[in-house]
Design a protein around this ligand. Structure first.
Ligand SMILES: Nc1ncnc2c1ncn2[C@@H]1O[C@H](COP(=O)(O)OP(=O)(O)OP(=O)(O)O)[C@@H](O)[C@H]1O
Ligand SMILES: [Mg+2]
Length: 363
């Protein structure tokens, strides 16, 4: 079905100056599974429909918002859109909006001139500049601080921006793809996400369903990851017993495809024991300690559950931070939460690095 663009949309789009070099024509639509395999495994009707839609949208210079739980394949889809677009010979650049503090985000996006701030000894181009004629993938856009949302909106409107500390206005022809697992309507209602930015990014959205809702993808994903990781690990891909495949189909996979992939890696090393080690991707729980009976503490079931979960959460965060030598970006990634969420937890649980003394946990 050809994509028809409503007149109202096209008339509101910014008029771009003609590109200095002709962009290649859109890639031929990939309407068979073999072609799709270059990017992703999709067997379920839901994923095949999403992939077809993504390829259809690829050729249009419009933003696409990719929605779905963590690990469902938003980045995989973003790369496919770029590779199927006329921009495929130019840069695909990802920026994780949750992984960097606000000031760094700004300099990463817009670049800076020498002397713009302490430590800026040399000028550096930002993502908008280096992505000219390419695609900028703004991951975890729901975590972008509100002040940065205003700045991003500005450049999305007219494609013009200034490097930090720079006087010369710059122009970049960048296609934006954005992804989030945050509920944006709720974030807008709570004034954590600007409506105008939402409408600018949400020209088209693709919602990737969680793996538990597309179990037809599971056998093909298992085969794909087995083959790929067996090769990486230099071993033979063992056959998967049908009972194990069935078990995988019934498992809820809260970490989605990423969790399944990690299970396959464990399976290659430990065999079926991998399942006993936990199919889940969550960090191993901290060493067990005797649970105090709720009745002994005079607390109700709800309070007890809250206390125990908080204890586990605190200890898990502390352990992961120790393992990453207090590198918060790495720790947040290992815990599969945003940088900001991690910083909030550090405050909540009053977690501080042990040395050097007096250092703030939030730097
Ligand atoms: N359909 C798929 N086919 C093959 N590999 C996939 C597919 N979906 C996801 N993956 C793999 O699963 C992992 C997670 O995918 P991806 O990073 O795209 O998820 P995401 O939705 O962006 O997650 P997050 O919200 O945590 O950033 C990656 O290693 C990716 O290669
Ligand atoms: Mg991602």
């Amino acid at each position: 079905m050809p994509l028809s663009m409503p007149q109202t949309f096209s008339s509101r789009l910014p008029l771009l100056p003609p590109p200095t070099r002709a962009l290649p024509s859109p890639a031929a639509p990939l309407n068979h599974r073999l072609g799709l395999k270059r990017w992703m495994v999709a067997e379920s009707p839901a994923m095949l429909a999403i992939a077809a839609r993504a390829q259809q949208l690829a050729g249009y210079n419009l933003p696409v918002l990719l929605l779905g739980e963590s690990g469902v394949g938003k980045e995989v889809l973003a790369r496919m859109i770029h590779d199927c677009s006329p921009r495929r010979d130019y840069r695909f650049q990802k920026l994780n909006c949750a992984a960097l503090p606000e000031e760094l985000l700004e300099s990463e996006l817009f670049g800076y001139e020498a002397g713009a701030f302490t430590g800026a000894s040399r000028a550096k181009p930002g993502h908008f500049e280096i992505c000219d004629k390419g695609t900028l993938f703004l991951d975890e856009i729901g975590e972008l601080p509100v002040t940065m949302q205003a700045k991003l909106l500005h450049v999305l409107q007219d494609h013009r921006f200034n490097r930090l500390g720079g006087r010369q206005e710059m122009f970049a022809d960048v296609r934006i793809l954005a992804a989030t697992n945050v509920n944006l309507p709720l974030a807008m209602a709570e004034r954590r996400f600007r409506e105008d930015l939402f409408f600018r990014l949400n020209v088209f959205s693709l919602h990737l369903p969680p793996l538990r809702e597309r179990t037809d993808d599971i056998p093909a994903l298992l085969d794909y990851f087995l083959e790929r990781h067996a090769e990486e690990l230099g071993c033979e891909a063992p056959p998967l017993p049908p009972a194990l495949v069935e078990r995988c189909r019934r498992h809820p996979w809260p970490g989605n495809v990423r969790e399944l992939e990690n299970f396959v890696k464990r399976y290659l090393v430990f065999g079926e024991q991998a399942w006993l080690d936990g199919a889940g991707d969550a960090p191993a729980p901290p060493p067990a300690r005797p649970a105090r009976a709720a009745s002994q503490l005079g607390e109700g079931l709800k309070e007890m559950v809250h206390r125990v979960t908080s204890d586990i959460e605190r200890e898990t965060i502390a352990r992961v931070l120790d393992d990453s030598h207090w590198n918060r970006t790495l720790a947040a990634r290992a815990l599969n939460i945003s940088y900001r969420a991690l910083v909030n937890k550090l405050r909540l649980y009053q977690l501080y690095p042990t040395a050097p003394a007096g250092r703030s946990p939030l730097n």
